[in-house]
Ligand binder design. Sequence first.
Ligand code: SAM
Length: 419
Amino acid sequence: MSLRARWQATATLVARTRDVLDARPGDPRWQGDGGAPAALAARGWASHLLSLSDARVEALETRGTDADWGDAPPSLAAMLHDARAVCAMPSLRAEGATRPARRLETPRKRAQIDAFAEVIVPLASRATRVVDVGSGHGHLTREIAGRIATPVVGLERDAALANRARALPSSGAAAFAVTDVLRDGLSFSAGDCAIGLHACGELGDAMVESVGRVEGDARVSIALVGCCLQKRRAASRRPLVRVGEDRQSRELAERSELAALESALELPRPLLGLSNLTARDEGVEATRAENVAGRERRLALHRLLSARVGALRLGAEIDGLNRRAAQGDLSSLVARAFGHRGLAMPSSPEIEAAAAWARTEHARARRLSLPRSMLARVLEVFVLLDRAVYLEERGFTVSVGTVFASSVSARNLGLVGSR
Ligand SMILES: C[S@@+](CC[C@H](N)C(=O)[O-])C[C@H]1O[C@@H](n2cnc3c(N)ncnc32)[C@H](O)[C@@H]1O
């Protein structure tokens, strides 16, 4: 199947399920009174999901679309089938040698870099300059510089990180420049190879658009693994690929569905961030069980704050606090959130009542969230294919696939393109 056809299949699935994606089950509108998002009730999924046992929920959350969904309603089974199909990816990676970790390099980062370097080196060795966008500590920059004779430069907006990267030993010609590429601009020339490991959000799109702008048929290449798609200045992401350029889309246009497809594919930040919530048993920051407990505590806090200050956007309960604040016990979380807002602390019985309410509501929300979470990877795949097709339309030969195992990092989708 061509990349464009895969883009189309993924776009169609996103558009068809956009109401499921938009209905966040923890939303106060659906809480209590047996309410469920209309998107799930109308499809006849809500009662099935709410009847699932804790053990089933656990298994479905952990194994995702690969789990045995057994007696799921046929339309839910069909959606899971389509999600599995669009998310099937080859591995881009050739096996490489392992090496000891560098200073300040975690074992996970080392595994990511070893795998990604195998993908990059064949491209980079044909380049006249390699540019590592969002180079962080510069481990990848230095790894590539140590393997090829070409100059390698890391671009990093955080001056402290760039300085740390400069101070670490390197076996090749790695240089680091401090620049915010979204503010200062990012431009590539003939002979460049742009690389980015976990180039977050908008950075990945900026890289793709910048290499796509290199004039004519000049040699240029890119190897990109994105992450944190929600990190962008705008409130939403519009596809880079124009809807309606291919025959299938023109037919849709004739049926006046083009505008609907275009708006369904404009993804707001909360949807782009959905993939970060993917269940992780070996998470970097917290295990899945800890994340589940943390979400329950946040729901209880949301309830307590709403009772005090009135309607509150979901997520706003931890505004001004570190994301990890929800990892402690509920009383400390409440004390920090109320303290931050200058509010008097609720009583212990109030906290206990909110905790009990949150347990019930969270159990419901977990079940009703299942279809939506099964679509998280689909959104990630859509952005990957969107970037890939954009480059293909500009004369690049592009491959997409996984670069490392999900146990090393769940954000493991990459694209490699050259022209
Ligand atoms: C998720 S980290 C990845 C770092 C590194 N590539 C790695 O894999 O360890 C993303 C990096 O991009 C940097 N970054 C984000 N936006 C940037 C921008 N607009 N210009 C330059 N660097 C940016 C961040 O400071 C951060 O170091």
